[in-house]
Design a protein around this ligand. Structure first.
Ligand code: GLC
Length: 560
């Protein structure tokens, strides 16, 4: 089958670095490239093959680097281009590849293209962005920004509005303009010539807008509508062009961040014939705990829906497109707090169980910095401690309209806010978790004395050592990468069980999502089979077994 074609990026484990919070080398409280360089041996020890680096380009940091003012320069706080080159060399010397974040749905409003564009109606860069006249003294349409409020900002220089699907400092680029595409492709080629190994493409499913920018459906009580700008009419055409002009010329790994992607669309973005991208991030499992106000809720994902959604993506892409596997990133709360249980009695077992459940699936697994330590959500005490523009804007919007009380909103931010993932990496139990000698730009999670890399590297039973084993296993067991997935026990209330098969090997993956013990009958074919990995003390598994809270167990047998 097509998807069984062996590729390095299918066999790889990717580690995401959020540079601002990874390691600070110069004491300014902000992580930097030399900080990353100093921790490459740590990544090597963990065993990851690829680093996805969140944006390090020049940026006024309205959205922590996702608002870029120069694609070919390094953000001052992070270092210089020479530091970048050294870091890249250091990665390559250790056999680690580097995937850069490509943020090209929008630029910063401080990017020279936008400065030109806003200066006059007949400027050659005018059509690099979306400029529209107001309608009856109001915005050109009813679209809302993903960061609250209208998606349009009035600009008095030319008495017109510009479109920004994110913050007003992130104007959307007009991909329908061939000059925009040409400039982006040439910038991408420049990075490829430097020797980088791929791109993670920020909100790439949003680059093609519906012609005429029509109003969206307005729900009762809402001030603005969803723009509907996902999987637009020309997105596949533009990505195929990008593939021809850039991607196909190098040996790259590409992953598109595709919010709103359906299975049908994913099959096009990540088509096995390689004409667009290698894989996409889909977000269906990330929306299962959403409520009336989107992510601002205390709902939790239930096992049934999680299992159903994950299984759907596993089986329906098989042979047609490749999955990306993730439970956390810099936009999501900590996976162990969200999908599991971060109470001290369960945290370690649970972090290992979630890792097993994910890494044993078909697709390329992503580890978000600190996830390999079982880092948890952070107890934020007040809005002053929050740095994220999305949370801050949502707090003001939902509390000022009276929709949500300030207390509830702080609680929701504590559960779902992006800053949970952005607190400094916990390196050791010294001041500021060893992240900086200065004042960290964001609160350090107070649990760093117990949860940190130095302690876990020494402890063979730690979450870190478990990740190390999982990652090493992937190098040995082709069935983990290429085996086909089949859900078992679809109705279990507490277990997620599935098999993977790549002849002659067959795996049985058993994950308990329960905080109590659960009995389970090992299927006859796996009775007494080899234990490949598990988070318990078990040395054999046959017949009826009693699973511990959050136990994970993987059995392997030969089919002949
Ligand atoms: C993506 C990024 C997120 C950013 C947004 C706008 O979703 O992951 O961090 O805020 O795009 O660039």
């Amino acid at each position: 089958m097509e998807n069984l074609e062996r590729k390095w990026w299918k066999e790889a484990v990717v580690y995401q670095i959020y540079p601002r919070s990874f390691m600070d080398s110069d004491g300014d409280g902000i992580g930097d490239l030399n900080g990353i360089l100093s921790k490459l041996d740590y990544l090597k020890e963990l065993g990851v093959d690829v680093v996805w680096l969140s944006p390090v380009y020049q940026s006024p940091n309205d959205d922590n680097g996702y608002d870029i003012s120069d694609y070919q320069a390094i953000m001052q706080e992070f270092g210089t281009m020479e530091d970048f080159d050294r870091m890249l060399k250091g990665m390559h010397e250790r056999g680690i590849r580097l995937v850069m974040d490509l943020v090209v749905n929008h630029t910063s409003d401080e990017h020279p293209w936008f400065i030109e564009s806003r200066s006059s109606k007949d400027n050659p860069y005018r059509d690099y962005y979306f400029w529209r006249e107001g309608k009856n003294g109001k915005e050109p349409n009813n679209w809302g920004s993903c960061f609250s409020g209208s998606a349009w900002e009035y600009d008095k220089t030319t008495d017109m509005y510009y479109l920004h699907l994110f913050s007003k400092k992130q104007p959307d680029l007009n991909w329908d303009n061939p000059a925009v595409r040409r400039d982006i492709f040439s910038m991408m080629n420049w990075w490829c010539e430097k020797g980088i190994d791929g791109f993670r493409m920020d909100v790439i499913s949003m680059i093609s807008k519906e012609p005429g920018l029509p109003d969206g459906k307005l729900y009762p009580g809402a001030s603005y509508a969803f723009s509907g700008c996902v999987n637009g009419p020309h997105v596949h055409e533009y990505l195929q062009e990008m593939n021809r002009e850039v991607l196909s010329r190098y040996d790259l790994m590409t992953v598109g961040e595709c919010s709103g992607v359906t299975i049908e669309e994913a099959k096009k973005y990540a088509r096995a014939d390689g004409k667009e991208l290698n894989m996409v991030f889909q977000f269906e499992h990330m929306g299962l705990d959403d409520g009336k106000y989107g992510k601002w809720t205390d709902r939790r994902t239930d096992l049934q829906s999680f299992r159903q959604v994950m299984s759907k993506w596993q089986t329906e892409l098989e042979g047609l497109a490749w999955n990306s596997l993730f439970l956390g990133n810099h936009d999501q709360p900590r996976s162990v707090s969200r999908f599991g249980n971060d109470a001290p009695a369960f945290r370690e077992a649970c972090a290992k169980m979630l890792a097993t459940c994910l890494h044993m699936m078909q697709g390329t697994p992503y580890v978000y910095q600190g996830e390999e330590l079982g880092m948890t959500n952070c107890p934020f005490d007040s809005l002053d401690e929050i740095r994220d523009i999305e949370s801050i804007n949502a707090f003001h919007e939902l509390t000022s309209s009276g929709a949500v009380s300030p207390e509830d909103m702080m609680r929701f931010i504590g559960l779902r806010g992006r800053d949970n993932a952005r607190t400094p990496m916990q390196w050791d139990d010294s001041k500021n978790a060893g992240f900086t000698s200065g004042t960290p730009w964001i609160k350090v999670n107070p649990n760093y004395k117990e949860i940190n890399a130095a302690a876990e590297r020494k402890d063979p039973d730690s979450v870190f050592c478990y990740y190390q084993k999982l990652i090493a296993l992937r190098k040995r067991e082709a069935v983990m990468v290429y085996g086909s997935y089949e859900l078992q026990e679809p109705d279990s209330e507490s277990l997620y069980v599935y098999t993977r098969t790549l002849e002659p090997d067959r795996l049985l993956v058993i994950c308990s999502f329960s905080e109590t013990e659960t009995d389970y009958e090992i299927p006859a074919e796996f009775s007494g089979a080899e234990i490949l990995i598990g988070n318990g003390k078990r040395t054999s598994a046959a017949g009826l077994i009693r699973l511990q809270p959050y136990e994970a167990l993987v059995l392997k047998r030969k089919m002949n």
